[in-house]
Design a protein around this ligand. Structure first.
Ligand code: NAP
Length: 233
């Protein structure tokens, strides 16, 4: 679904896209060889590796092989480091999409209590950093956080990225809070849903993003933005 949506968005933006699919037993060298080739290509400006990779592949090694200037997902250590110091070419697409949603909704992060649930390298950690750059007071929660509900209830802005269907319920949310649901999960009936129990939380939240239709499309929009930026670098 992710890959198809990205391809459609490229078509919409008139960006040429190429997809390389491999057998799950693919050798690491084959992936590295392809990345080398794409790094050197004058007609390719952005490269993304769709994660997760099969267990026998060293994900770090593959990501590190992507040229910093074509790293439109902003996953390489060089780009991650630049985000830490607030001097970057690319922002990771999902957290950047969340920030854009917040900004376009007229919500000021400055001084707000921001809680990010999830600390993955691709969502939670960079999300916390971007909220911090916008002058939020940021707390990051994870699976070892004690009294999670007490922490999430403090949030003026709550961003959830854990990968557990409908995990955040109304009793975990402060009245009027902005709730941003990054999760892409399946419910008991196999229907796409988020990490937030939308039906119960919408009665408490001041603003809330739906799944599907919230953060997902923003992630793709940010990918297009990064790719166009990469072409101009
Ligand atoms: P991930 O790498 O699996 O990380 C999940 C994080 O959630 C971990 O930090 C984990 O804590 C934390 N966590 C798990 N259970 C928890 C619990 N009970 N309480 C508190 N924290 C808990 O996942 P991810 O890649 O960040 O993705 C998260 C979700 O976002 C998934 O549903 C994914 O499909 C979705 N996603 C959506 C988009 C989009 O464009 N909409 C993009 C990327 C991801 P530990 O670190 O302690 O294990």
């Amino acid at each position: 679904m992710y890959v198809n949506n990205k391809k459609k968005a490229c078509e919409y933006c008139n960006i040429h896209s190429e997809e390389y699919t491999f057998d799950e037993n693919v050798k690491e060298e084959a992936l590295l060889e392809l990345i080398d080739c794409l790094n050197a290509s004058k007609s390719i400006h952005g490269i993304l590796v769709q994660l997760p990779l099969p267990k026998h592949i060293d994900e770090k090694k593959i990501i590190n092989a992507i040229s910093e200037k074509k790293d439109v997902d902003a996953f390489t250590p060089a780009n991650v480091g630049k985000i830490m110091i607030g001097d970057y070419d690319f922002l990771p697409c999902t957290p950047a999409g969340v920030m854009e949603l917040i900004k376009e909704s007229g919500i000021d992060v400055k001084g707000k209590e921001c809680v990010v649930v999830g600390r993955s390298n691709i969502v939670g950690k960079p999300q916390a950093m971007l909220l911090l750059h916008s002058h939020g007071t940021v707390t990051i929660c994870h699976s070892k956080t004690e009294n999670l509900k007490e922490v999430t209830k403090r949030a003026d802005i709550l961003v959830v990225a854990i990968g557990k269907a409908k995990f955040i319920t109304a009793d975990m949310v402060k009245k009027g809070a902005v709730v941003i649901d990054v999760g892409m999960d399946r419910d008991e009936e196999g229907k796409l849903c988020g990490d937030v129990d939308f039906e119960s939380v919408k009665g408490v939240a001041g603003a809330i993003t739906p799944v599907p239709g919230g953060v997902g499309p923003m992630t793709i929009a940010m990918l297009m933005k990064n790719t166009i930026k990469a072409a101009a670098l």
